[in-house]
Design a protein around this ligand. Structure first.
Ligand code: ADP
Ligand code: TRP
Length: 326
């Protein structure tokens, strides 16, 4: 069984990325799935990132992947743009993709609703993502809930192609979205997202992390009054970091009264440190040996490419594109 997912190098990773997606990558690795995890750099171009920043963010995600515990001996870690076959496949798949399917995509609809200028790259985004998934014949795609529609588009395209040629060229992928972390809340209670400025970054400096946690929006219930844990952001984020017994302890303290949001934020900060500090330590060590990190990415990309070439060969043969340049 093969699991595949990607993260765009658009900034530093936050705990929504971790609990919503990356943690599952590691879980599938432990279950001995064949893992393909990549940095989705082509996907960022529709927003014209600053070139040096894009490169910097890319290396940061490679470091993050390794720091989480993705093991290059067990999972293939690669850079999307090092496997140009993905673009070739996306082009071919475009011919089996009704315009309406892409017009219904949330990302496109949201921008259209806001009257924003839309480039073809953004419109094409779900098609490129379908190619990412189908190229590696992935069975399972661990992502956050916001990506569910994209995986469904990949399924539709794969089914349409297979049906047209009466041949199971593509594996039909399944999204994997655990309900309890499908949408990790941000510091303002909305979905945590880089674009909303409501993140708690995984590997931020201590002072930044503290500021982000202390900035979690709470209501003005006085300290001595009881509070409903389920409707408060601090508790909802705390739950991600601790076991059931410890989250029940905090819930009881909120319900009893005399326990304020400031106390809870302090406990949360400690829990975040306890959880991420070992990974942070590993990340710092890895960053001191970028030659090794580069080698991991190069070798992973070569492995991914060898799989990609076989799929594209099969697709070309299926549709009748003559010749074989490989
Ligand atoms: P962002 O929304 O911050 O730009 P990305 O689009 O780069 O995040 O997301 C990378 C992965 O993390 C995707 O699988 C996405 O679904 C997941 N993810 C992002 N934010 C959240 C969240 N708040 N809750 C759950 N999963 C999330
Ligand atoms: N679109 C995803 C995001 O914004 C990133 C991504 C690109 C991806 N290709 C993928 C995720 C393939 C899973 C599978 O987060």
């Amino acid at each position: 069984m093969r699991a595949l997912s990607g993260i765009k190098p658009t900034g530093t990773l936050h705990i929504g990325n971790y609990f919503g997606a990356a943690k599952q990558f590691e879980m599938f690795q432990q279950k001995n799935y064949e893992g393909f995890y990549f940095i989705a750099d082509y996907h960022t171009l529709n927003a014209y990132p600053e070139p040096a920043k894009l490169t910097e963010n890319t290396w940061n995600i490679v470091l993050d992947y390794l720091a989480f515990g993705l093991d290059p001996h067990k999972s293939v870690l690669f850079l999307q743009s090092q496997v140009p076959e993905v673009v070739e496949l996306a082009f071919i798949l475009g011919n089996y993709t009704p315009m309406g399917l892409l017009q219904r995509a949330h990302s496109y609809k949201d921008k259209t609703a806001k009257n924003e200028l839309i480039n073809v790259g953004l419109f094409y985004y779900p098609l490129l993502m379908s190619a990412d998934i189908l190229l590696y014949k992935s069975n399972i795609v661990p992502v956050g809930k916001d990506q569910k529609q994209h995986v469904e588009i990949a399924r539709d395209i794969a089914e349409k192609f297979n049906m047209h040629y009466q041949k199971d060229v593509f594996v039909i992928p399944e999204p994997y979205i655990p309900e309890d972390v499908a949408i990790v809340p941000g510091t303002d209670g909305q979905k945590m997202s880089k674009s909303y400025g409501n993140t708690i970054e995984m590997f931020a400096d201590d002072s930044v992390l503290k500021k982000q946690i202390m900035g979690i929006v709470t209501d003005s219930t006085p300290l001595e009054e009881p509070k409903d844990p389920d409707t408060n952001n601090v508790y909802n984020i705390y739950k991600l970091f601790v076991d059931k017994a410890r989250s029940a302890e905090m819930a009881a303290k909120f319900r009893a009264g005399g326990y304020g949001y400031g106390h809870a934020k302090k406990e949360l900060l400690e829990a975040v440190h306890a959880f991420f500090d070992p990974m942070r330590k590993r990340r710092t060590e890895l960053a001191q040996n970028m030659d090794h990190v580069e080698k991991v990415l190069r070798e992973g990309s070569e492995k991914a490419r060898s799989v990609a070439i076989e799929t594209v060969k099969e697709v070309k043969k299926t549709v009748g594109l003559a010749g074989n340049i490989y």
